[in-house]
Design a protein around this ligand. Structure first.
Ligand SMILES: Cc1cc2nc3c(=O)[nH]c(=O)nc-3n(C[C@H](O)[C@H](O)[C@H](O)COP(=O)(O)OP(=O)(O)OC[C@H]3O[C@@H](n4cnc5c(N)ncnc54)[C@H](O)[C@@H]3O)c2cc1C
Length: 416
């Protein structure tokens, strides 16, 4: 049965949801408070990375986070705040940081990431879409033995779970990256990972959806719902009241604010990251993560992107912390001694906010409290990687179809 659907949030998750909803015969309206040209879905590193098999909530992260809290240019920063939602999230996150949780989460992470890689290729082929998408793998570079040990553990888990990954030494790095000098003692190579240029896929998808009759309202905040029994009857936006059969909450790290308005609880925090683009030739051939600094480097279409840092802080903080931007740039230059990231590039750094769930797995599914919403957020550092699969699952929920993967991992009402 065809339904009239409102999607709140036009980031990659909202757009992919719209793609599959119209494919399943629904009528779709997307409403976004931004002008749909900035934020996490535009400035991310573009990785589609099943190799990121370990959830953010993992043993050691709290200890590391506390140590890094006192260093304002560290890769992870958790801003202490007196805020009840933050405390609840922090406690649930802390409880999730166990080995058991890591092992139990792997199928949930892998199934959605692998499904999404397949679907991205399918979307590209079916529609003859032109956007940058490459399958060259992802390099993890280390400067210390400690980082190498960490990578060995991840590679072992990846191989045990059927992914193609291996540890590599200095000369193997040279073979993979013949044209750049690299200062590293070795690393890992996740052949299973892919990469893309996010802005290109976002543009192609928006254009396609508009062509297919999807209505897109930009610069339009949704902040008021009319409830009737256990359902949302309508929403106010653009000065008018509109009614829909179902509502998809794909508002990234703002989704918990929407949920709060209708009495649905969702533990979510915003994790800020920065990105800058170098347009001069860098000769960097492979997407690469610098393990110690967690800096991500992506050779995109026409430029190389340098991104990173995770700043879990108030969602209303739109400041660009220059010392964090410098930390990303300086770290990259220390691994690639011939690389230059000049002042102009650094001054144009942009930020995006990731939606950080309490256990490192996304929230995708229905609420038992308000029956006509589907929640799709909380993808942490892998929302780009899991986007097409998430969009497909959203439409499966709306269309009451059996999903192709086990969705219990993503239940938004799971207990922590
Ligand atoms: C530096 C950085 C690097 C990253 N690298 C990668 C990577 O390589 N691979 C990967 O998989 N992931 C990566 N990510 C994460 C990825 O970018 C996100 O997980 C993904 O973009 C989330 O998409 P989204 O659609 O859920 O959220 P968003 O892109 O944040 O979109 C949510 C939208 O909702 C809108 N909205 C919010 N509230 C309202 C409201 N009340 N009314 C109307 N509109 C509203 C917002 O304006 C926004 O446009 C990275 C993130 C960052 C910051």
């Amino acid at each position: 049965m065809s339904k009239n659907i409102a999607i709140i949030g036009g980031g990659i998750i909202g757009l992919c949801s719209a793609y599959y909803l119209i494919k399943d015969g629904h009528k779709v309206t997307i409403i976004d408070k931004s002008s749909l040209d900035s934020g996490a879905s535009y400035i991310n590193a573009g990785y589609l990375c099943p190799g990121h098999i370990i959830p953010l909530a993992a043993p050691g992260i709290i200890k590391q986070g506390i140590r890094w809290m006192f260093n304002s240019s560290s890769p992870l920063y958790i801003e202490p705040r007196i805020n009840i939602e933050f405390f609840k999230w922090m406690y649930a996150f802390y409880k999730s940081c166990t080995d058991k949780h890591v092992i139990n989460s792997i199928p949930g992470i892998l199934n959605l990431s692998l499904l999404s890689q397949d679907l991205l290729q399918e979307i590209k082929d079916e529609n003859n879409f032109k956007f940058h998408y490459e399958k060259k793998g992802l390099l993890m570079l280390c400067k210390t033995e400690k980082a190498m040990l960490h990578e060995e553990h991840t590679v072992k888990l990846a191989i045990e779970n059927g992914l193609v990954a291996k540890m590599i030494n200095k000369s193997e790095i040279k073979q993979l990256e013949p044209d750049v000098e690299i200062d590293s003692i070795g690393g890992a190579y996740f052949k299973c990972d892919h990469h893309s240029t996010p802005g290109e896929f976002m543009s192609v998808l928006k254009e396609f959806l508009l062509h297919k009759g999807v209505k897109i309202f930009k610069n339009t905040l949704v902040d008021n719902f009319v409830l009737e029994g256990e359902k949302i009857k309508g929403i106010f936006f653009d000065g008018q009241h509109m009614e829909f059969d179902e509502y998809v909450f794909a508002a990234g790290p703002w989704t918990n604010y929407l949920c709060n308005k209708i009495g649905v609880k969702l533990l979510l925090q915003a994790g800020k990251g920065y990105a800058m683009n170098v347009c001069e030739e860098t000769k960097i051939n492979l997407p690469t993560i610098l393990v110690e600094s967690k800096c991500a480097i992506t050779p995109m279409n026409g430029f190389t992107r340098f991104s990173g840092t995770m700043e879990i802080a108030s969602i209303n903080n739109n400041n660009i912390r220059r010392n964090r931007v410098d930390a990303i740039a300086n770290s990259a230059c220390s691994y690639y001694p011939n690389l230059k990231i000049n002042e102009d590039v650094r001054s144009k750094a942009a930020f995006g906010l990731r939606a950080i769930s309490a256990d490192g797995l996304p929230y995708i599914g229905r609420s038992t409290k308000i029956k006509n919403i589907v929640i799709a957020t909380g993808h942490n550092m892998t929302g780009w990687s899991m986007s097409t699969g998430t969009g497909k699952l959203v439409s499966d929920f709306v269309s009451e179809k059996n999903p192709s993967i086990d969705t219990s991992f993503y239940n938004p009402e799971r207990k922590f």
